[in-house]
Ligand binder design. Structure first.
Ligand code: NAD
Length: 251
């Protein structure tokens, strides 16, 4: 019997795969059989070593997603380097913290440009290829702040609420054409993104106290959801925003 979760022979393009959640997702997809193209600003040296140690092929694509300029090249380099493209994971992202009353236009634009604008146009560029081949999987990385308001992170909340919206919009347009567009909404995960939060004793204790699983998540915790949404196992799953949050939203 064929394994519906197998990604053997597939190519996955992951943005921001050098560290944190992107690295965890890239490794899980590689373990399931996929070759990996990693696009981002920082060299994905550690991810490359781990993916190639699994016997998978790896292509590093240097690209700053604060503008749309590299997007067509990213898709082309993944296709040229690995001979195909089956999965896009829109993971690259950043966060800026300040009280709403003081929030700057720069902190608004910097976050929206990478987290929302580049993610949409990456989906468009990969989507054009997926539409031509009649199949493809797009996984956007959402957040608890796709569902909740958050505090002191206005551009981040706007970007992640927007990600949930465009996940549903793209699913509506493309589900009938063989493309699955879904999102993973990680809970509170121990990465650089949450270093400031975890260093704040009071906020850290408040957050931990609300997580039914009683721990911060790790990059590896997203692996199962990523493999599911990248594989044939999710062929009838469209426009879902799947929380992987240790129960945070259930509280
Ligand atoms: P991280 O800071 O460790 O990783 C962010 C990644 O994005 C890095 O690879 C970084 O180089 C890349 N990146 C940032 N700006 C970029 C740019 N201009 N061009 C290209 N790449 C860029 O943080 P993380 O926690 O691993 O975050 C990954 C994703 O998960 C983000 O979208 C984040 O919003 C989301 N997320 C994180 C958490 C959490 O608790 N850590 C929770 C929900 C969602």
């Amino acid at each position: 019997m064929t394994n519906p979760f197998s990604l053997a022979g597939k190519v996955a393009l992951v943005t921001g795969a050098n560290t944190g959640l992107g690295q965890g997702i890239a490794l899980a997809l590689a373990e399931a059989g996929a070759d990996i193209a990693a696009a981002g600003i920082a060299p994905p040296t550690e991810t490359e070593a781990k993916v190639t140690a699994l016997g998978r092929r790896f292509v590093a694509i240097k690209a700053d997603l604060s503008s749309l300029e590299p997007i067509d090249r990213i898709v082309r380099e993944a296709l040229d380097g690995l001979g195909g493209l089956d999965v896009l994971v829109n993971n690259a992202g950043l966060i800026r913290r300040a009280d709403a009353v003081d929030f700057s236009e720069k902190d608004w634009d910097d976050v929206i440009n990478v987290n929302l604008k580049a993610a949409f146009f990456m989906a468009q560029a990969a989507g054009r290829h997926f539409l031509a081949q009649g199949r493809g999987k797009i996984i956007n990385i959402a957040s608890m702040l796709s569902f909740q308001g958050g505090i002191r992170v206005p551009s981040y909340t706007a970007s992640k609420s927007g990600i949930a919206g465009i996940t549903r919009l793209l699913a509506n347009e493309w589900a009938g054409r063989g493309i699955n567009v879904n999102a993973i909404a990680p809970g509170y995960m121990a990465t650089d993104n949450t270093a400031q939060l975890r260093a704040d004793e009071q906020r850290s204790a408040e957050i931990l106290g609300r997580i039914p699983a009683a721990r911060w998540g790790t990059p590896a915790d997203l692996g199962g959801a990523a493999v599911f949404l990248a594989s044939a196992a999710s062929d009838y799953v469209n426009g879902a925003v799947l929380p992987v949050d240790g129960g945070w939203l259930a509280r």
